[in-house]
Design a protein around this ligand. Structure first.
Ligand code: FES
Length: 156
């Protein structure tokens, strides 16, 4: 009996220490925003550990379904970031991204996902501090919002 009490206490202690932490999934273009994240790391700038980075060749590669899937698979927030307008290494990829992300924002709103859970930014390879600010701001907002739960229809 004493062993059971000890085991229960251990589980309780573990659950108490497993406080919720947000997951911020970030699609970063290889040439600018990913390099900006690298610079932040190399410069030892502290940013929230909520971020999980997926490197994409260009922000123009990201579509609304990729953002939705991230939420469906447990992200609490999604960030899409690429090169500044005019700096895309594939000339017009970030224009495509800009248009798609406007549509994405409307779709997310239509299905009831809070606006603050999604952000689209331009961060260059030299903007490590901006990357740090964006990650920290967004992570703080996600902590305020709390965990995200996608409402599933009864047919799923
Ligand atoms: Fe960075 Fe296209 S290569 S947005």
């Amino acid at each position: 009996m004493a062993e059971e009490t000890t085991a229960e206490a251990t589980v309780e202690t573990e659950s108490a220490s497993k406080e919720w932490k947000p997951t911020l999934l970030a699609y970063l273009c290889n040439w600018c925003s990913y390099a900006g994240a690298n610079l932040a790391g190399a410069s030892r700038l502290e940013y929230d550990a909520a971020i999980r980075i997926i490197r994409v060749p260009c922000s123009g590669r990201v579509d609304p379904l990729m953002v939705y899937k991230a939420f469906e698979r447990g992200a609490d927030g999604v960030l899409v970031s690429g090169c500044h307008i005019g700096d895309c290494h594939y000339a017009e990829g970030n224009y495509a991204c800009q248009g798609r992300m406007v549509i994405t924002r409307s779709l997310l709103k239509a299905i009831g996902i809070e606006d603050k859970r999604f952000r689209q930014t331009w961060i260059s390879a030299s903007e490590g501090t901006i990357f740090q600010d964006v990650v920290n701001e967004m992570s703080a907002e996600l902590r305020e919002l709390g965990p995200f739960h996608l409402e599933k229809s009864e047919n799923e």
